[in-house]
Design a protein around this ligand. Structure first.
Ligand code: UD1
Length: 334
């Protein structure tokens, strides 16, 4: 049985579906601070199996202990975290509490119940401003510019120290690049609260007529067309990456592994807009705006290690990502 914390969120929900499809039993812990309860039914429908739900936050060790006492948990995939970069600058205490302190509660409860297999949701943000691209896992980490990024860096360090103290643990740290897209059914996708900060939900809201115009943050970067380059990965590919990581831990037994999850291909903001227009036949209203604070010119992965050690290769195209994101946007509230 796998405990998925934050299992109703954007990446968590897609991962639960893949787990169920791969015959795993799933227990979800979610506090619904940035997700909706109806996601549970959708996960069950797409995965073809029931899940067990606990509502609460990991900071509450009593709910964690209850989950371990009531279920035979073999491994944990930890997604439960806040993830809005801008908000984290305004609310650092909340971010460190919810993204770091909760992990201490989780690993303490895991240790107490002798469950020492963990997949942790990290981010390419830990590389700060990368010294080279494509980014390999042994690139320097650090230099994060906001509490969200720093919280991921801190947890990576905590997990390294944990493993050093007790090599019975199996830990996979997954550094995501830019997850976008949605489940092809249109049932699951990204539903950020308020005005989206990330590009894809912003584009879909512009095309839906809910926002007026996309601001392209800067066209004077040192990139082929001057706009920022990112490694966009379909959220279902990313979810599959978690299954591969879990299988690796089950096979290896003991170890701490770090993987980039990306496609290895960078696309600029203008290329993404063009791809969206081709895939959906919608016009994206946009204008060039000043650079956004904290943004970097280029960030894309070297996905070789995940390919060689996990057999993971992202298979969905930028067109799939755009089509599925648009399909989901049109399904919201249906
Ligand atoms: C951001 C976070 C990163 C986090 C990730 C989660 C920052 C600096 N980084 O990555 O830590 O892990 O989200 O999804 O916030 N863009 C526009 N107009 C917009 C929005 C974005 O032009 O309205 C551009 C950005 O400048 C960037 C690209 O689109 O070049 C992608 O932006 P975004 O989706 O916000 O992701 P990141 O900034 O790469």
């Amino acid at each position: 049985m796998i405990l998925v914390t934050g299992g109703c969120g954007y990446i968590g929900s897609h991962t639960c579906v893949e787990l169920l499809k791969n015959e795993y039993d799933v227990v979800i812990l979610d506090d619904f601070s940035n997700s909706q309860k109806e996601v549970v039914e959708k996960i069950e429908k797409l995965g073809g199996k029931k899940v067990k739900l606990y509502e609460g936050n990991m900071i509450d060790s009593s709910i964690l202990n209850r989950i371990f006492e009531e279920n035979r948990i073999d491994a944990v995939i930890d997604f439960a975290a806040y993830k809005a970069v801008g908000e984290s600058v305004i609310k650092p205490i909340e971010y460190y509490k919810n993204n770091v302190a909760t992990v201490l509660e989780l690993i303490e409860a895991m240790k107490k119940h002798n469950c020492k297999r963990l997949v942790f949701s990290s981010s390419a943000t830990v590389y700060g401003t990368p010294s080279y691209v494509p980014i390999t896992e042994d690139s320097k980490i650090g230099g994060t510019t906001n509490p969200y990024g720093t919280s991921k860096l801190f947890v990576e360090q905590i997990l390294n120290d944990l493993y050093k103290s007790d090599e019975e643990w199996d830990i996979a740290i997954l550094r995501y690049f830019n997850p976008i897209g949605a489940h092809e059914s249109g049932l699951l996708g990204e539903r950020p609260n308020g005005i989206p900060a990330n590009i894809m939900p912003y584009i879909t809201k512009v095309c839906k007529g809910e926002l007026e115009c996309l601001n392209v943050f800067g066209d004077d970067y040192d990139t082929p067309d001057g706009t920022g380059v990112r490694d966009y990965i379909h959220v279902v590919d990313l979810a599959i990456g978690h299954i591969k990581a879990l299988e690796k831990l089950e096979k290896e037994k003991k170890g701490l592994f770090v993987y980039n999850l990306g496609t290895g291909q960078g696309y600029s903001v203008l290329e993404l807009i063009k791809a969206f227009e081709c895939a959906t036949l919608k016009k994206v209203n946009y204008k060039i705006a000043p650079r956004r604070d904290g943004d970097i010119a280029e960030c894309y992965s070297d996905p070789t290690k995940a390919k060689e050690e996990l057999g993971f290769v992202a298979s969905k195209s930028l067109e799939d990502m755009c089509k599925d994101a648009w399909n989901f946007e049109n399904n919201i509230n249906k």
